[in-house]
Design a protein around this ligand. Structure first.
Ligand SMILES: Cc1cc2nc3c(=O)[nH]c(=O)nc-3n(C[C@H](O)[C@H](O)[C@H](O)COP(=O)(O)OP(=O)(O)OC[C@H]3O[C@@H](n4cnc5c(N)ncnc54)[C@H](O)[C@@H]3O)c2cc1C
Length: 444
């Protein structure tokens, strides 16, 4: 019987890739941010990559996977950090980068194919008066499907919360891997949560309906502070100021700003920096606040057009880790949520305990109506045991760690088995062919 690559070659007009160099490139993501994941995943390869452009091609790929019992791993742009799109058991990678049509935009809602780039949606919706609610700092390269299936939040989360929050995703169209693959439209909060942040383990997302936000003219500022805690209190007060519109409040302890090479001439060693994206209409109120907290503006620009480089977004969220690793590859990171506390007591304890080993990088986000500091701290890596100890100490102090050093869905941010996602997988992927090895509850 012919194998999966041979059968895939028979699908009319389908782009099928089997060249080893391309397979290597398209099998990996940014897993190397983690010194724990790096040795576990670097050799993993798909047997074949396909780039479908039509729904019938997706059906045929799913049918071939079923027939030949071949695993399928879906890929957007491969910018995930935990090996989410790395095929642990080889098989077929379905790369959605050519499935990228914006189907419609109206009344503040967009219907898109899953391979649409986030920046492209913003580029096309802006002239109509709309913009994205939240994007990862990889906005220029990441796909919308990849963000929903593998991401959590980002620039915009200070106002709109995270992807999982009610209202941030209206509907998804999913292709199943049942005996007869079929398309399902999931609408409403509970239905869509079955596939949000499920790492593509329970269906191929083909289309999404996402709400947009009214477009705003944004400014991008770097505000410097001699004292980190002044910077943190400024950031908190700004985030809680309901009359001031912000898209990003990103706080960096020394020495992190020194890793931002393109901004170096605007930043001084020894200072903390707050990266801000704020509405042009609210700048006077922000200046007022900066003065109150003893800060000063060390860099300002108008936000670059969507898809263009040079935005401060690309120093925030996990881009901070990227810049640190460019300066010194020994840096790795944690992802955490500190308890909401106006005095930052636990954060101060952690800062005192770990000092230069774990410099603080905060991203303020809204969660269930409350402003909280999420943190993507840098960690100067020494050993796996020490990393585990740092995580355990944080957890013992009530800090929630979404461990970025595991490819298992439940061991990362989820913490517990998501019964609805597991139930949905039983229905739509009864043979466990989708991204096998990533959902621990299924493995068990
Ligand atoms: C420097 C850097 C900065 C980052 N900043 C952020 C950030 O600010 N916020 C954030 O949330 N993340 C961030 N990330 C992680 C990542 O970039 C985002 O989550 C991004 O949205 C992933 O999109 P992608 O198209 O690259 O998805 P991929 O990495 O290709 O895929 C992600 C996961 O989704 C699955 N998937 C992809 N498409 C589909 C589909 N159509 N159907 C079903 N499953 C699918 C894949 O199998 C995989 O499990 C960052 C990563 C890096 C390297």
């Amino acid at each position: 019987m012919p194998d999966a690559p041979q059968l895939l070659h028979q699908i009319p007009d389908l782009d099928v890739i089997t060249a080893p160099a391309q397979l290597a490139k398209l099998s990996l993501d940014y897993f190397h941010f983690s010194p724990i994941l790096e040795p576990q995943l670097r050799e993993k390869r798909a047997d074949v990559v396909v780039r479908p452009t039509t729904e019938p091609q997706f059906y045929q790929i799913a049918a071939i996977a079923r027939q030949t019992q071949t695993p399928i791993t879906v890929r957007g742009s491969g910018t995930g950090n935990y090996g989410q799109c790395i095929p642990l058991q080889g098989g077929i990678i379905v790369d959605l980068s050519n499935y990228n049509e914006i189907l419609w935009i109206h009344d503040g809602i967009a219907r898109v194919q899953a391979g649409v780039k986030l920046a492209e949606l913003e580029r096309q919706s802006r002239p109509m008066g709309w913009e994205w609610r939240m994007v990862p700092s990889t906005v220029r390269s990441a796909t919308i499907g990849g963000f929903i299936a593998g991401g959590s939040g980002g620039i915009g989360s200070v106002r709109y919360g995270q992807l999982r929050d009610r209202g941030n995703l209206h509907a998804v169209k999913v292709l199943t891997l049942e005996e007869e693959p079929r398309i399902m439209e999931l609408r409403g909060y509970d239905a869509v949560q079955q596939v949000v942040h499920a790492y593509g383990t329970n269906g191929i997302i083909l289309e999404l309906e996402v709400p947009l936000a009214p477009a705003i003219t944004w400014l991008e500022w770097v505000v410097s502070f001699a004292d980190f805690w002044h910077a943190v209190h400024f950031a908190q007060t700004l985030g809680k100021s309901d009359g001031i519109q912000t898209r990003l409040i990103s706080v960096h302890a020394d020495p992190i700003p020194t890793f931002f090479t393109p901004l170096r001439s605007h930043l001084s060693p020894g200072h903390a920096a707050v990266l801000l994206i704020l509405a042009v209409s609210d700048q006077e109120a922000v200046i007022d606040l900066i003065e109150q907290f003893g800060g000063w503006c060390s860099f300002t620009q108008t936000a670059p057009a969507p898809g263009k480089g040079g935005s401060l977004m690309e120093f925030s969220w996990n881009h901070t880790t990227l810049h640190a690793r460019s300066a010194d590859a020994q840096w790795t990171y944690l992802q955490s949520l500190f308890p909401a506390d106006p005095e930052f007591r636990v954060m101060r304890q952690m800062a005192e305990m770990f000092g230069d080993e774990v410099p603080l990088h905060l991203e303020f986000i809204r969660q269930n109506g409350t402003l909280i500091p999420a943190a993507i701290q840098l960690v100067r890596f020494t050993t796996g045991d020490r990393l585990q100890e740092i995580i355990a100490i944080h957890e013992a102090h009530g800090v929630l760690i979404a461990n970025p050093h595991t490819y298992l869905l439940e061991a990362g941010g989820m913490k517990t088995v998501d019964r609805a996602q597991l139930q949905f997988k039983r229905l739509v992927d009864p043979q466990g062919l989708m991204n096998p090895g990533k959902m621990a509850a299924w493995n068990d």
